[in-house]
Each structure stands twice: as structure tokens, then as C-alpha cells.
Design a binder for this molecule. Structure first.
Ligand code: 4AD
Ligand code: MG
Length: 766
């Protein structure tokens, strides 16, 4: 793939050509490290073998390796000469690889592993190549190597990768250097020493299975003539034995499926983004100074200064919370006059110019605009350009006010931050389940079944418009009726009564009964007339279903999942979480991240419904609390009860189990006592119920009896009951309300403010 066709490389510039000049053997670990990193980053690099002298003539700082970078705009190539610096340059040239970690902290971790790799693996390995016959030197080099791999081994005891949850440059560098030690033709360490490195051996197998390692390394993969799994994995027999000694159930759970392998056959990218995102620019900080870039976005503020000879524009493109400050001047900026009269806040602009270190407080860098193009001015109702009518012109607005402008609220700080967190949580959800080998099943939104049996469905019909059209003049709607006066749905679109789904669970269970671990993630609809800050008529739900699993497995998966989401938010949404903690955020929660960390660091409390009710009764009796809703065994817990248990009593997430069968759905497994079902609700501070789930009734007879007792038509659920007739199995699942999760992660108070277009009683605007 020629670099000019690759995706955008705005910070290093477009159209770069990379050539690796090497005086080393092509199988040398440094060469391999660079080529594997380049492949993983999707950056084409041509390998050119030359003499060390020839390289030195072009790049005096080089010994045996140099990366030559040629730019279309310059006749003079530049050179990078240290192997780790070369790796970093290539990764930086790739926008999307994430190989240097996703946060500043992760970058530092990658750097420290690279340093350890260089000092304690690559250097002693280079010494070993030269030290034939010098026993003491060889022994010292091997000691250093064992020391380095012992550190790697310890770091990997409970992890798949060295940094974060995906392959990084740290894994690539260390795995390439470790090849003579852990690879198929390993000879450096003794079998006894290798036996002490089981986690490193398992990691080496995982990492070297990445597609980036596949080409050009055939001699190390599957070589050795012995065949078999060890040789195929490119790992030495002794290392494989060591790895297998710890390949227990926990390992399979933690690292069973990897979804982030880079594609080996990806087509050359055609899409080129002709701008730098504000996020990318600000992440570079002062290092971006001196570059000339193009940024496009919407004005957050615009003010003039120095007697109208300067314009200070704050441009935001939604890529991150922060904006770019742009300074335009009457004398130095093309398009200054148009920019000065573009209508101000809300106008869409393209700005181009050099980045400088900001002389003012509040930002590290800013742009000195050479050119401002007003792409979309702000108009007033009389057609003139001006700020008078723009609904978000003022700085601070209440969330209630913003709800009435749901089409413009994505431009506000609070709302774009919520949307970035939503996106991160959706991504983390797919990542969590795919890493664990779950299959995403798309369940239907139109259904004839009422999963929860609560009668809160929206009916979907074409009878009304058809009838209304037929009676357009009279205005009366004549519905087809049966003899008893009820609506004749056989005349409707589906020849039966159909509704919007309240849950994908029943459908996803059918796939669980064939594909074992599945999940669905989609919108669900409930016509409950709840005017609370926790209910929507349209909300999104994630529903995993696990085969061969009971209630305890279900609780464990739910706790892992919720903690994974929290960890993902803390690691990837730090800037937005910091904003949600600030006074600038309407209703900001000062200790938001401490609350989230608390969830991550502690086991969830697990109590039965019976215990929860007893506890509430004790607290009421001792005068500790008063509730509006009465509590006794058999009632459904109200939100005030749930929040008291999680916020006041335990101050952490609480899983309440084994509810009375009368208040739960027909599909939940009946407990041995005949009174309760194997259900669980997870209650969290600030929200109350965030997850509801259960083990499913696997007996055909019991399921049929429970359905009949709850007044369900046997014909309506016959397909669902069939699963119990044909190969039934123990299984369980749960549903996480996605918007309640976003409330939990952001600290926002009202569920109507965490979904792009909220639907609730009386409101279906936009
Ligand atoms: O407890 P629920 O009703 O469970 C089910 O729908 C099951 N079929 C799930 C399963 O076992 N697969 O709903 C699950 C979650 C609740 O815990 C809550 O977080 C959320 O969905 N939820 C709502 N969120 C917003 N608005 C509403 N009206 C909601 N109703 C439920
Ligand atoms: Mg529930």
C-alpha cells in the first residue's frame, strides 16, 4: 500500500515513504521488531540491506539501522536511527493502531517496557552473539535475560498483554527479542529456567499469533521439523510445557478470544480526512508547535480584541471536551472580515495556520490563523447573519432547557461528553463480550410475544392509518371487529396483534440454545406511564445469555461486565469524567471517579430478597428510616428501598437474589422451596436497579405451569417452550439498562439527558 493512499497522517504529513536501511541479518530481533510494528500499525516499510558504512554516510548517528523518511515536499530525507525510536515513529504515523497505548499513562508504561527490553534483553542478546568462548560474560548476559523475563512473567500472571487489554509496541518488542529464548528454536535458557516462566510462555504464544507476526517469520513459525502445536505456535517445547502447566480454566476465561488482530489483507484506504481533529492536536501538546494544520469545527466563542484588529475564536469539533483557541488578525489572516461577521457562536469554520505554544494561560497551544473560511454562518430569522436567534448563544443552559433543543444540544459540553461516554460504553460492551467469545445476535424489534408479561407494550398496527384514510372525510376510524367487539387483528399487517419488543431475551435464548454464549444489544420499548428520572419509553438494553450456567455464574458475569465498563470509562474517558466532576457541568458530581473506583475495587454484596426485606423491616422498626412505600415479604421493592440498601446500608453495589415468584417473570427458574425464583437484580448507588436477570426455567412442565399461572396463552410461547423439549439445558442471563449505566458512569441525574432523543410519556419530539 503506497503511503499516499493510506489514511491521513496529518501530524507527520501526508505522502511519506519509509525505508529501513539495515546492515543486520533480516531475522535480527531489531529488524523484526520494526517490521512487525510497522505491519501492526498498517504502515508500509521497504527493507533495504546496506553496509554499515553506507548507512553511516547517510545518517551519521546510525550504527547498523536507520529509517529513511522521504516527503513529497522535500528533496532531503530525514533519518531516525535507534530501533525503539523507529518503532515509535512508525506507530505515530498510524492514526488508528493504538499500539502505543490509549492514554498518556499507557504510553509511559509502553516506554518503560521498551527500555527494559533494550537494556536487559536486546543488549545481552547482542553480547551473546559476540561473546563466544567468554564463559563469564555469557553467564552474566544470561542472568540479565532471565531477570528481564522473570519481570515479564510476573507482570503477566493475571494479564493477557503487558499494557492495557490489547497488543502494544511493548508486546511486539519483547516478543521479538524473546524469540531466541521462548521461540521454537530456543537455546538461550535451560529447560529448568524456562519452567519458571509459564505466563511469559503463554503470552509469547498469544502475541506471536497476531497477524503482524505472520509474514516474513516463517523460519521461526512451524520450523524445527518436529511439527505439532508447539512448533506451529513458534514456541519451544519446554516453554510450551511451562505454559500448559498454568493453562487452567481461569486462563481460558481471561484470554480465550482475541478480536483486535490487525487485518492482514486490508485494502488500501481511500478515505482521507482533510483536517486534524482537535483531540489529536491537543494530545500532542507543545510537540505540535511549528506544524501547519487545518481544523474544522463550530465556534464555541468568538470575541474581538485590540480595537477589532484581532479575533479570538474557540473551535470545537466534538472529538474531545477541549477546544482549539485560534487567533486571527486583520493583517495576517485571509478571510478575517467574513470571520468577524459570521454570527459568532455556532458558526461552522475551517481554520488553517501554524500551531504555536500559547503565550496565554489556559491552553498549551493555539493556532495563528493564516486563513479562516466561514463554512456556515449563523442566521437570524430575518435572513441576516447574526447571533440574535441562536438558541445556545449564551454560555450556561439548564439540562431541561437543552432538552427542548435536542437537535442542537450535541454542541454543548455536557451533551457531547455524555455521547462520548455512551460511545465508549457501547464499544466496551462489544469488546467485553467478544473477548469472551460471545456472539452478538440481532433480535427483532417487532414481536408477537410479551417477554416480561407486564402488559407494557406498544402495539404496532397499520389498521389506524388505513381506516383513517378510508374515512378521511368523516374523520371516524372504523376498526375491524370480531363478533365479541374486540379488534380483529387478522386484518392487520401481520395477520395478528404485533408489538414493539420490551426485551430481546426470549429470542436470544433460542440462539443460546444453539450457540451457547450470546448477547443482544438493541432498543427496547415500554409503554409504562412512569414519569421518573430512571424510566424511558424507548431505552437500550444489553442482554447476554449463557448456556450451562446457573444463577451464580450469571451474577459473576454481570459483576465482571459492570466492573469492565467502569474500568474502561476510567481509562478511556478521563477528560470527560473530569468535566462531569467540575462545577462547569450542570449538576456535576465532585467525587464521581472515587465512586467509580470504589465499584471497581470491591466485591459486590450478595443478599437474598428475604434478607433484604428483613433488613428494611429492622431499620424501619428501629426508626433509622421511613419509606413512602410499605415493605413486607412479597412486595416488589420500590426505588426508595433499593437505593437505601445500596446507598445507605452497604454503600456499594448489591445483588439481591431469589425474589418471590409472583413478582417476577414466568421464565425465571423456580427454586426448590416453590416460593421464590432464581432471579437477581443488581442495585447500585445513585440509580437503584441497573441490571435484572435470572437463571431460566429449563423444565418444560414447570415452565408451562408457570406461564399458565401467569395467564399466558400456551400458543404464544410454544416456540419458546420448545427449547425445553429439544435438548434443554441449564442457562441464565441478564439485562443491563444502557441509559441507567450512562447515568451511573456520568453522574447525570435524569435519564432523559443521556439518550440522544428521549421518548417518555407525552414526549416524542425530534
Ligand atoms: O429488569 P428488566 O425488566 O429485565 C428484562 O427485561 C429481562 N428480559 C432481562 C434479561 O434477563 N435478559 O430490565 C432490565 C434492565 C433494568 O434492570 C433496567 O436497568 C433497565 O433494563 N430498564 C429500564 N431502563 C430505562 N427505562 C425503563 N423503562 C426501563 N425498564 C427497565
Ligand atoms: Mg427488573
Amino acid at each position: 500500500m503506497p503511503p499516499s493512499q493510506k489514511g491521513p497522517v496529518p501530524l507527520l504529513g501526508a505522502g511519506l515513504q519509509f525505508e529501513l536501511l539495515s546492515a543486520l541479518d533480516s531475522k535480527d530481533f531489531r529488524v523484526r521488531k520494526i517490521l512487525v510494528a510497522a505491519r501492526a500499525a498498517g504502515i508500509p516499510v521497504a527493507l533495504k540491506t546496506c553496509s554499515a558504512e553506507a548507512i553511516g554516510e547517510q545518517a551519521p548517528a546510525a550504527k547498523a539501522l536507520a529509517l529513511r523518511i522521504t516527503r513529497p515536499t522535500s528533496a532531503h530525507p530525514s533519518y531516525i536511527t535507534q530501533s525503539n525510536a523507529i518503532v515509535r515513529t512508525l506507530i505515530d504515523a498510524s492514526e488508528t493502531s493504538g499500539l502505543y497505548g490509549d492514554t498518556e499513562f499507557a504510553r509511559s508504561q509502553v516506554d518503560s517496557w521498551l527500555e527494559l527490553c533494550w537494556l536487559e534483553l536486546e543488549t545481552p542478546l547482542a553480547v551473546l552473539q559476540q561473546a563466544k568462548g567468554h564463559g563469564d560474560v555469557i553467564a552474566e548476559a544470561k542472568k540479565l535475560i532471565l531477570h528481564a523475563l522473570t519481570a515479564v512473567n510476573a507482570a503477566l500472571a493475571a494479564r493477557t498483554y503487558l499494557v492495557g487489554n490489547r497488543l502494544t509496541a511493548a508486546d511486539i518488542a519483547l516478543a521479538c527479542a524473546a524469540q531466541p529464548i521462548l521461540g521454537a528454536a530456543a537455546s538461550v535458557l535451560s529447560g529448568k529456567d524456562l519452567a519458571t516462566l509459564p505466563h511469559a510462555a503463554r503470552w509469547y504464544m498469544t502475541v506471536t499469533h497476531h497477524a503482524a507476526f505472520a509474514t516474513g517469520t516463517s523460519s521461526s513459525r512451524g520450523g524445527g521439523g518436529g511439527g505439532g502445536a508447539a512448533a506451529r505456535a513458534g514456541v519451544s517445547a519446554a516453554a510450551l510445557a511451562a505454559a500448559n502447566s498454568t493453562v487452567d480454566a481461569a486462563f481460558y476465561q481471561a484470554s480465550a478470544v482475541h478480536t483486535d488482530k490487525p487485518l492482514s489483507m486490508v485494502a488500501p484506504a481511500k478515505y482521507r480526512r482533510r483536517r486534524v481533529r482537535v483531540k489529536e492536536l491537543l494530545a500532542r501538546g507543545a510537540a505540535a508547535a511549528g506544524e501547519t494544520v487545518v481544523v474544522r469545527g463550530w465556534l464555541k466563542t468568538a470575541r474581538s480584541g485590540a480595537k477589532d484588529t484581532l479575533l479570538f475564536l474557540v473551535v470545537n469539533d466534538g472529538s474531545c471536551h477541549s477546544s482549539l483557541q485560534v487567533v486571527a488578525s486583520r493583517d495576517g489572516t485571509e478571510g478575517f472580515a467574513a470571520a468577524a461577521s459570521c454570527g459568532g457562536v455556532g458558526a461552522c469554520v475551517a481554520v488553517e495556520g501554524p500551531i504555536i505554544e500559547s503565550p496565554a494561560k489556559g491552553q498549551v497551544i493555539e493556532m495563528q490563523a493564516k486563513k479562516v473560511e466561514v463554512l456556515g454562518p449563523v442566521y437570524q430569522s430575518d435572513g441576516s447573519i447574526g447571533a440574535a436567534d441562536y438558541p445556545l448563544a449564551k454560555k450556561a443552559h439548564s439540562l431541561e432547557y437543552l432538552r427542548t433543543h435536542a437537535h442542537l444540544r450535541p454542541r454543548t459540553m455536557v451533551y457531547s461528553a455524555v455521547m462520548r461516554v455512551r460511545n465508549a460504553m457501547a464499544y466496551a460492551t462489544h469488546r467485553f463480550f467478544n473477548e469472551r467469545g460471545f456472539v452478538y445476535v440481532h433480535t427483532p424489534l417487532l414481536t408477537g410475544a410479551d417477554c416480561e408479561g407486564a402488559g407494557e407494550q406498544f402495539v404496532v398496527t397499520t389498521l389506524l392509518p388505513a381506516a383513517a384514510e378510508g374515512h378521511a372525510c368523516g374523520g371516524r376510524v372504523e376498526l375491524p371487529r370480531l363478533a365479541d367487539g374486540s379488534i380483529d387483528y387478522t386484518k392487520d399487517f401481520f395477520s395478528k396483534r404485533a408489538c414493539l419488543t420490551v426485551s430481546g431475551q426470549l429470542n436470544v435464548e433460542t440462539y443460546c440454545s444453539a450457540m451457547s454464549d450470546v448477547y443482544t444489544f438493541g432498543p427496547t420499548f415500554r409503554a409504562e406511564n412512569s414519569h421518573t428520572s430512571r424510566h424511558l419509553a424507548e431505552f437500550w438494553m444489553i442482554e447476554p445469555e449463557i448456556a450451562f450456567a446457573d444463577l451464580e455464574d450469571d451474577m459473576n458475569l454481570a459483576e465482571d461486565y459492570l466492573k469492565y465498563l467502569v474500568a474502561h470509562a476510567l481509562e478511556h474517558c478521563d477528560e470527560d469524567l473530569t468535566y462531569f466532576e467540575s462545577k462547569d457541568c450542570p449538576g456535576g458530581e465532585a467525587d464521581l471517579r472515587a465512586r467509580l473506583r470504589n465499584v471497581l475495587e470491591n466485591d459486590f454484596v450478595r443478599i437474598t430478597y428475604t434478607r433484604a426485606v428483613a433488613l428494611l423491616e429492622e431499620h424501619i422498626a428501629s426508626g433509622k428510616v421511613k419509606f413512602q412505600n410499605p415493605v413486607s415479604w412479597g412486595v416488589d421493592l420500590a426505588s426508595e428501598h433499593e437505593r437505601y440498601i445500596t446507598e445507605t446500608v452497604y454503600k456499594c453495589p448489591v445483588v439481591v437474589t431469589n425474589y418471590p415468584k409472583e413478582i417476577k417473570a414466568f421464565y425465571m427458574k423456580l427454586d426448590a422451596d416453590g416460593k421464590t425464583v432464581s432471579a437477581m437484580d443488581i442495585l447500585v448507588p445513585k440509580i437503584g436497579e441497573i441490571i435484572g436477570g435470572s437463571q431460566r426455567e429449563e423444565s418444560f412442565d414447570v415452565l408451562s405451569q408457570r406461564a399458565a399461572a401467569m395467564g399466558l396463552e400456551p400458543a404464544a410461547i410454544s416456540w419458546y417452550a420448545d427449547l425445553r423439549r429439544y435438548g434443554t439445558m441449564k442457562h441464565a442471563g441478564f439485562g443491563l439498562g444502557f441509559e441507567r449505566l450512562i447515568l451511573f458512569i456520568t453522574g447525570i441525574e435524569n435519564i432523559r439527558d443521556v439518550i440522544p432523543f428521549p421518548r417518555y410519556p407525552g414526549h416524542c419530539e425530534f
